[in-house]
Ligand binder design. Structure first.
Ligand code: ZN
Length: 149
C-alpha cells in the first residue's frame, strides 16, 4: 500500500509542478471562479462548449498541490466529453472523494484514484473538488463565485 501511496504522491506532484491546460485557452465561452478560503485555493476555469461538447477546458489561479493536481487532471479527463458526461463524471468523482459512494473510480476516471486519499479529510476534499465545482458552475453558466463553505 505504501508503494501505491508514493506513486499517487508522485502523480499529484507532477501535476502540481506542471499543471496541464494551465492558462486561459482561447476561444472560450464559459467561465467561473472558485475560491476555497480555508486553504487559499483560487481558480478561474474556462471552457469552450459547442454542440453539447466540452471542446476545451483550461484554468488559471493558485492553489495547493491537491487542488492544482485535481484541476489539471480534470481538464485532461473532461476535455472532449459531452456536457452530460462531464456532469456525470463530476458527480462520480465527488461521490467517491466525499465517501458517499464506496467504490473505486474506473471507466476512464481511474486516473483520479490518486486523489481518493483525501476521503475522510473534509478540508482536503474541498481542495480536491474546487475546480470541479467551478467547472460545473461554468457549464451551468452560474455567475456566482463558487465558495467551498
Ligand atoms: Zn487546497
Amino acid at each position: 500500500m505504501s508503494d501505491l501511496r508514493e506513486l499517487y504522491q508522485e502523480v499529484i506532484l507532477d501535476h502540481y509542478r506542471s499543471p496541464r491546460n494551465f492558462g486561459h485557452h482561447q476561444p472560450s465561452n464559459r467561465e467561473a471562479k472558485g475560491n476555497n478560503p480555508l486553504c487559499g485555493d483560487k481558480f478561474t476555469v474556462y471552457a469552450l462548449v459547442e454542440d453539447g461538447m466540452v471542446k476545451d477546458i483550461s484554468f488559471e489561479g493558485r492553489g495547493c498541490a491537491i487542488s492544482t493536481a485535481s484541476a489539471s487532471l480534470m481538464t485532461e479527463l473532461l476535455k472532449g466529453q459531452t456536457e452530460q458526461n462531464a456532469q456525470a463524471m463530476f458527480e462520480r468523482f465527488r461521490g467517491v472523494v466525499t465517501g458517499e459512494q464506496d467504490q473505486r473510480l474506473d471507466d476512464g476516471l481511474d486516473k483520479l484514484n490518486v486523489l481518493a486519499g483525501v476521503r475522510g479529510y473534509p478540508m482536503r476534499v474541498k481542495c480536491a473538488t474546487l475546480a470541479w465545482h467551478t467547472l460545473k458552475a461554468a457549464l451551468n453558466q452560474t455567475d456566482e463565485t463558487v465558495v467551498t463553505e
